[in-house]
Ligand binder design. Sequence first.
Ligand code: NAP
Length: 280
Amino acid sequence: MSHPDRFLLAGVMGWPVMHSRSPKLHNYWFAHYGLAGTYVPLAITPEGLEAALRALAPLGYFGCNLTIPHKERALAIVDAVDPVARRIGAISCVVVRPDGSLAGSNNDGYGFVHSILQQQPDWRADAGPVAVMGAGGGARAVVYSLAERGAREIRLCNRTVARAQALEREFGAPVRAAAWDDRHAALDGAAMLVNTTSQGMIGQSPLDLALDRLPTHALVCDIVYVPLETPLLAAARRRGNRTVDGLGMLMHQARPAWQAWFGIDPEVTLALRAMLEARI
Ligand SMILES: NC(=O)c1ccc[n+]([C@@H]2O[C@H](COP(=O)([O-])OP(=O)(O)OC[C@H]3O[C@@H](n4cnc5c(N)ncnc54)[C@H](OP(=O)(O)O)[C@@H]3O)[C@@H](O)[C@H]2O)c1
């Protein structure tokens, strides 16, 4: 599909939104593929979300991404929600359909899995127990995608244990909620550790997690990408664990969005990563 007669217009709605790296990412692809288009940051208040989404079609947008705090609220606004977004409980991508109606999807789990596969092609979700720290919005997509890929045991530790228990009820097996105090023990024999908390992000404390019990063959992933190497990833690398940072998830979730908006499958390359890394 191509659109020779239309300016390729998309954006990201958030509040705040200026921290988002998405405009850099998408505008790189417009330039790289020589396309007439742009991707803009849209600072939209929670109260303004419905009107902003309804304005996409008349303004000529092909769609938009959603970031904090809009991902859950949009479920009640769009005209159709795909089963993955419904299951995750959040919308990360809105597509304006030819009749102007809005379809919501969620590509965060796709981004998480394909980021790992690009860097660790032999990775398997069912290689052994997976310890996931955090039970917020990012965790929902991570847990969903791990379960989809066949993970048999997901040890889910969250500071507020009730949120982990809610995810256990919602997703059923293989999720097992664990108390925050038990997070160190949750690493025993794990094949993989994923941080989905905001700990380790710039301006936040490092994730308080002792890695002693984590096997050195385990893969360690962080979905935080500012900084690129979080204290958790640095500690894991020093003791010999393989690591995957959060930037790949951001880059890979954007590919299905381009397919849905513009009918193009853009490439996640080392040059794209280097450009984004230089701006983190
Ligand atoms: N790479 C990507 O594409 C991508 C995608 C999504 C998110 N992210 C990043 O992932 C991080 C989390 O985002 P989110 O949307 O999931 O946020 P969220 O829904 O607000 O969840 C935050 C999580 O962090 C936990 N947390 C916060 N402060 C903590 C503390 N002091 N000690 C222990 N746990 C703490 C929360 O636990 P409680 O439930 O106890 O509050 C919750 O589990 C952010 O840094 C975000 O930028 C990256």
